[in-house]
Design a protein around this ligand. Structure first.
Ligand code: GDP
Length: 436
């Protein structure tokens, strides 16, 4: 799921790398390519439109960031908007104050409801609950048996109509199921309902009747993510029919384009609570919009880097340093501060390793010596405040003292001081050229 979309988005956003500034034309071109990528991934058109409009507006209005370059800023915006269309915050199950809580499952036949009932039951047990399953799918041959098998595997009891009494009334079974849960003190009841291959009136009627009879705390609409655009139509039909309070996406392990996952929440206004990604009971997880977005963007590490840069970065401090650089007044104290800021983000090799394309730089990264940075830090720390402020006063005897104090050779101190003077000269020349 999402592989093609991830590839496309990554390559669109990679094209922005290295650009110092993004013009409106750059942003428009990028937005157009993202639009095509989303449409090809089967995301519903209205969702694509809203998404693109927001990304464009934010990218054009973005202030120049001290911490991020323009490409990183666009990645950040795209990621945040992806999180938003996937629902923003992770939504937990609403449970009743007075147990049992009732959770009703609805959806088309084959969507994965029965399988999900088992997965959810097992997961709830793991959370310390004592769930019970109620088999109200009396339409599909074997549905009751299938739920019993699933229940057994999950280690939870299943309430089902006694065999041999004809088809039976699902509403009645649902009611009796809740009674039984109360009696046996189960704190959550999962009600599995019948689905059809397509939306039909009778099925919807039955679901509405069950909902009215059991007054569930949650109605979860279960939808197969592999059915593409149809997922949106089905979701709309269920929303307008029985109504639902949350969505469960199934078959996210499938080799499909993933547009359904990206559209359902925005189109129906209801959050996605869980995701199913395989046939086994364990293939199931709480749905986290932020994790899903970074998976879609295929830039997990890049996003971590952006977050860390923003956290470590103190805009005021940086601005002050930039001013000093321009005026040729940068001191070793400033230099040390900048270095510590950068190192707050983690080992430099890791930081560089997170940048795309770093794979080919593995050897250089392995040679990058954190110890060298430690040494530079130690040398500066071995200086007095006056020396850091005005390195020109560092004469031969001071160099010897600093070297002894910080456990390095005099030549290391010389190196650092000379390189610092060179760098400072270069910076003020550059600043002059750019009119800083
Ligand atoms: P129901 O008719 O809605 O109750 O659907 P079922 O639970 O019977 O599931 C229909 C088919 O989809 C079964 O073969 C399941 O094993 C399969 N299935 C359910 N969830 C998943 C999933 O997340 N991934 C995959 N690959 N298959 C699933």
């Amino acid at each position: 799921m999402f592989n093609t979309l991830s590839d496309r988005l990554t390559s669109v956003l990679n094209n922005l790398r290295g650009k110092g500034r993004l013009s409106d034309a750059d942003i428009d071109a990028t937005a157009r390519e993202i639009r095509v990528a989303l449409l090809e991934a089967d995301v519903a058109l209205p969702v694509v439109r809203t998404f693109i409009a927001k990304v464009k507006e934010r990218a054009k209005g973005a202030e120049v960031s001290q911490a991020l370059n323009p490409a990183q800023q666009v990645v950040k915006i795209v990621n945040e908007e992806l999180v938003a269309i996937l629902g923003g915050e992770t939504r937990r199950l609403n449970l009743a104050k007075n147990p049992p809580s009732v959770i009703m499952l609805a959806g088309l036949q084959g969507a994965g409801k029965t399988t999900l009932a088992g997965k959810l039951a097992k997961w709830l047990r793991g959370q310390g609950h004592t769930p019970m399953l109620v088999a109200c799918d009396l339409q599909r041959p074997n549905a009751v048996t299938q739920l019993q098998v699933v229940g057994e595997r999950a280690g939870v009891p299943v309430f089902a109509p006694e065999p041999g009494n004809g088809v039976g009334d699902p509403v009645d079974v649902a009611r009796r199921g809740i009674e039984e849960a109360k009696r046996a003190q189960h704190d959550i009841v999962l009600v599995d309902t019948a689905g059809r291959l397509g939306v039909d009136e009778e099925m919807m009627r039955q679901a509405i009747d069950i909902r009215a009879a059991v007054q569930p705390d949650e109605v979860l609409f279960v939808v197969d993510a592999m059915i593409g655009q149809d997922a949106v139509n089905t979701a709309t039909a269920f929303r307008d029919g029985v109504g639902f309070t949350g969505v469960v996406l199934t078959k996210l392990d499938g080799d499909a384009r993933g547009g359904a996952a990206l559209s359902v929440r925005e189109v129906t206004g209801q959050p996605i609570l869980f995701a199913s990604n395989g046939e086994k009971l364990e293939d199931f997880d709480v749905f986290h919009p932020d994790r899903m977005a970074s998976r879609i963007l295929g830039m997990g590490d890049m996003l971590t880097l952006i977050e860390q840069a923003e956290q470590a970065f103190d805009a005021e401090q940086a601005e002050a340093a930039a001013m000093k650089m321009g005026s040729g007044q940068l001191t070793l104290e400033d230099f040390l501060e900048q270095m510590l800021t950068l190192r707050k983000m983690g080992p430099i090799a890791n930081l560089l390793g997170m940048l795309p394309g770093a794979g080919q730089m593995k050897d250089q990264l392995a040679n990058l010596d954190e110890k060298h940075l430690d040494r530079v830090q130690a040398i500066i720390r071995g200086m007095t405040p006056a020396e850091r402020e005005d390195p020109k006063i560092i004469n031969a005897s001071r160099r010897l003292r600093i070297a002894n104090g910080s456990g390095v050779r005099v030549s290391d101190v010389n190196d650092l001081v000379n390189r610092f003077f060179e760098a400072r000269k270069m910076m003020s020349q550059m600043a002059g050229r750019f009119g800083l």
